[in-house]
Design a protein around this ligand. Structure first.
Ligand SMILES: [Zn+2]
Length: 160
């Protein structure tokens, strides 16, 4: 905590002193063992399991306080809800079959040509279009990119 008063205010005299003594008094740290005001940085010690800020004279009566190396940040065992903070997951649109077919026909491609273009068998294209096969995300992405259609939907929209 920084003293809010500029230096010259401190030379203000008695009146100033008495005005501030109340506020300053509550901010003065005292030794938690003997109650004396601390004239420097308090020493932190553990005594009977409690962490106390004590004066130098009392510091020798406890064990030096060692802050825990890393308080549950990053190394915590509690599972973090990773999925909850991820961007919405995408799923292959269940209606992608007709969309693929339509987009392919619009481009004037046969199933063989489309299959060759995206490196899958024509039968895969056929199965996807007929709905016999649901493409995985990777295939759907490839199809979507090639056909310039949107075949992925956020999975939240599919689940009630
Ligand atoms: Zn003390």
């Amino acid at each position: 905590m920084l003293a809010p008063w500029p230096d010259r205010a401190l030379r203000g005299g008695e009146r100033f002193e008495s005005e501030t003594s109340g506020a300053a008094g509550s901010m003065v740290l005292t030794c938690e063992v003997c109650g004396r005001p601390l004239d420097g940085a308090p020493s932190k010690v553990t005594m009977d399991g409690a962490v106390l800020s004590v004066c130098r004279r009392c510091a020798g009566r406890g064990k030096p306080y060692q802050p825990p190396p890393s308080p549950q940040r990053g190394f915590g065992l509690a599972p973090r809800p990773v999925r909850a903070i991820k961007e919405p997951e995408l799923e292959v649109d269940p209606q992608c079959g007709p969309m693929v077919k339509q987009a392919r026909e619009k481009l004037g491609l046969t199933q063989e040509q489309l299959g060759r273009a995206i490196n899958v068998k024509a039968s895969v294209v056929s199965h996807v279009e007929s709905g016999k096969m649901k493409p995985d995300i990777a295939l759907a992405r490839t199809l979507a990119r090639y056909l310039k259609v949107d075949l992925l939907v956020p999975s939240a929209e599919l689940e009630p």
